[in-house]
Design a protein around this ligand. Sequence first.
Ligand code: URA
Length: 204
Amino acid sequence: MDPLLNLCTDIKNCKKCDLQYSRKNPVCGFGRPSPKMMLVGEAPGSKEDDAGKPFVGRSGKVLTLALEKAGVKSHEVYLTNSVRCRPKVGRTPKVSEIKTCSSFLRLELETIRPRLVVPMGNSAIQSISTILNRKLGRISEVNDKVFHCGKYYIIPQYHPSAILRNPKKMEMFKDSFARIAAFLEDLETKKMEYIFNKYLVQSI
Ligand code: URA
């Protein structure tokens, strides 16, 4: 059986933490099995909880706008989250919930093996840090930085909800995704040394 389908069944049946009590629908990752990059958000919002699909609400619209402006189609990316169940209205996931749920993201990473991972916001950074056993830092310190760890490049970004709260940052967000699109292009055509110098890649 398809490992991603298996994983989705496990996510739908998961009762490993208290988020099982606030969710309507657990939300599995969504996208192609060989995407250009994996985008990791925080947690499903109300629209995602209703639909059982990631990034179908307002944050998803902001993200789609930035991706489209950068020439990346939403079907070229894989969308997933640090936790799969909606926390009670207005609260961010607890570190313990992110750690418990990180086993799903770990399996997704190992199955999909994207060359580029884009954690959006602190919860996603926390989840990736747990999986890779590396400290990345807060988003305010690492936004737009390029890290290399084993088979992955990692470029943290602000979460689209931060852009919704501060629309002046929309241009910056679009510019960041334009740079990510250029990075992906370079990744396909250029040598590692060129990439490391151009993007000041930090090995972690
Ligand atoms: N915000 C997220 O972090 N993930 C979603 O799927 C939707 C909104």
